[in-house]
Design a protein around this ligand. Structure first.
Ligand code: UDP
Ligand code: UDP
Length: 120
């Protein structure tokens, strides 16, 4: 399967951070369809502009991190959602962790992000 930029945005882009109340991750993981068919274990939402995220694929915003990955030159504000355990079937319950981190992503040949690997 070919990972796509559109899917990356659905899974990992939320800027500005959506005001959805206290349980941000529970709401967003459902809204983005990441609760089906089973609760996705870990998912990071990036609260940065598309331009700044795309720039990680270029020398102005990122650098090689090996294995086809790129790491951002500057930290992004991100929220990482972690499945709390219990049932892996919806409704999914998540813990929220908002922090400033360097993002590690993969880019396609068009210079667009297609995979979120980790944040440091
Ligand atoms: N992921 C994420 N943030 C993280 C780590 C993982 O959003 O900090 C997501 C990302 O979509 C990644 C997926 O979880 O593609 C799977 O991650 P990983 O390969 O580490 O876990 P596994 O494949 O072992 O489930
Ligand atoms: N993907 C796919 N088949 C796979 C693995 C991944 O189609 O076996 C696609 C997935 O639909 C998404 C992209 O690859 O478009 C990213 O995969 P993942 O769900 O692990 O999230 P990401 O790596 O982008 O954070």
């Amino acid at each position: 399967c070919a990972p796509s930029y559109e899917t990356f945005l659905t899974q990992h882009y939320d800027n500005p951070k959506s005001s959805v109340g206290k349980q941000y991750c529970d709401v967003m993981m459902k809204r983005r369809g990441l609760d089906k068919p089973a609760c996705k274990e870990v998912n990071t939402f990036i609260h940065g502009t598309k331009n700044n995220i795309i720039a990680v694929c270029t020398a102005s915003g990122g650098k090689d991190y090996g294995k086809g990955l790129r790491i951002s030159l500057r930290p992004f504000t991100v929220t990482t959602c972690k499945h709390k355990g219990g049932s892996t079937r919806p409704p999914c319950k998540y813990s929220d962790n908002k922090s400033s981190r360097y993002i590690v992503i993969a880019c396609n040949q068009d210079g667009k992000p297609v995979h979120f690997d980790e944040s440091l």
